[in-house]
Write a protein that binds this ligand. Structure first.
Ligand SMILES: [Zn+2]
Length: 133
């Protein structure tokens, strides 16, 4: 895989403004506005910045929080968790392991089997529907 140590200018040229704000500047899209908030399509969600596979739709659940939510990453190595103390809260930020894009946060209030809720911005994701052979 290519390395994704692009400059800010290169990211800016590649991503649309909202993707850039969320993925590179760690903004958060407004709840219930994201294109994948209530998507039930079967497939794999990829990183919009580098195309790494991040989540399988089989782990997506309806959390009601306003962002696409998953109870597990597609592989533990697909993302990196970082302690985030911004905005007066202690949260765990989730970033793409391949390109360091900000994806969202993980909270310990998800469903079984993991008990985790990966609360992810839609703009960081690109859903590739599964083709049934
Ligand atoms: Zn990525």
């Amino acid at each position: 895989m290519t390395t994704f140590n692009k400059t800010e200018e290169e990211w800016k040229a590649m991503l649309d403004p909202e993707q850039y704000n969320v993925c590179r500047l760690k903004a958060t899209e407004r709840p219930f506005t994201g294109k994948y908030n209530s998507t039930k399509t079967d497939g794999v969600y990829h990183c919009v910045c580098c195309n790494a596979a991040l989540f399988d739709s089989t782990t997506k659940f309806d959390s009601g929080c306003g962002w696409p939510s998953f109870y597990a990453p597609i592989e533990d190595s697909a993302m990196v968790e970082i302690r985030d103390t911004s905005h007066g809260m202690i949260r765990t930020e989730v970033t793409c392991a391949a390109c360091a894009a900000h994806l969202g946060h993980v909270f310990p209030d998800g469903p079984p089997p993991t008990g985790l809720r990966y609360c992810i911005n839609s703009v960081c994701l690109d859903l590739v529907p599964r083709t049934v052979e």
